[in-house]
Design a protein around this ligand. Sequence first.
Ligand code: BGC
Length: 414
Amino acid sequence: MHFRFPDGFEWGTAASAHQTEGNNVNSDYWLLEHVPGTIFAEPSGDACDHFRRYREDIAMIAGLGLQVYRLSIEWARIEPEEGVFSVAALDHYRRVLATCHEYGVSPCVTFHHFTSPRWFSADGGWEDDQGADRFARYCERATVHLGDLITMGCTINEPDVPLMLSLIGIFPEGGIKAQAAFVAEAARRCGSTTERFGAFMFGDMRRTRDVMAAAHRKAREAIKSVRGDFPLGLTLSMADDQAVPGGEATRDRVRAELYGPFLEAAREDDFIGVQTYSRQRWGKDGPLPPEAGVPTVIMGYEFWPEALEATVRYAAAETDVPVWVTENGIGTDDDAQRIDYVRRALEGVARCLADGVDVRGYFYWSLLDNFEWMLGYAPRFGLVAVDRATQVRTPKPSAQWFARVARANALDDD
Ligand code: BGC
């Protein structure tokens, strides 16, 4: 396929603070990683030491000819205790954002990417209505300090993902905390109780969804009250939800439950961030496992790069706002497979654009091999390898391939 992307189409990479910075010791996830019986395969530790090495990493993004770096700022560093804002932490992020500008890279800032301060989760977190106000207050404070350097903003990363994990049967209905002793121990260590402890992903999924939908709206208002001049939205984890014959009603019910409240909110946003990795098939009685004969990846789901085309079309049709692909990628040790995956995903984006769908950019997840949450460092999503002992970065062939596409602003058969 030969396809030229529209002028101004944005190429970038995406990452999050906890997965790359290292030593996010005041966060609820750090605690959850370190209690006995934890389901984290290994702790995040130094991660990619991006907290100190951000300049080198931003220079690499610029060197690849990419225009955008989607990163997250860490609430647990910025508001280490309730109402106590660290100017030093905010200044750190000012330096990070200024470095982006220095290299001609536009920073797209996510205000929440899975992790929260311990005090927040200990005191109800994402299962308490106060959570929405607390989050909005932090967003406002951060925007006052950083807003002039932000070129695009995402309030919350994938607020639908906890319920998604429960609907596809990975986490129990009602939340893993109801069954897992390690969450009870984490709660105890921060002076909370299992019931009260409201860390993202581990608690009551439906409650979390509703508090997060409210938090997004309040955060949007708070951020816009400080600065209204950068595009602001949220990002959703979206699979290409396919119904096998008879599964249509189930698929549609799941979509309504999972994405519904967020798609509704996004209609008033400046864009919707689509994050897609694979497809999910639905039968009459619920989720179906990978189809026989379809290869799977280390994450357990199908290798299905065409999913992105379906989710971009769906999100655009449902919201009628511009779409940015704020994450898409593959965890694999086979870099040729990565190139194949991204090429096929981009061909889908090209078909959307050819049909007039308003897609503004594509951010590959991720620049670096980084901390893949409960799975630790085994899944490698990076365009750039990171030596875990030395932190030395080594670009993979896919980095050069992606850079060529971005520089040409075009896909070609090569
Ligand atoms: C998340 C990332 C994660 C990526 C790959 C997305 O769901 O936003 O934090 O690393 O998928 O699994």
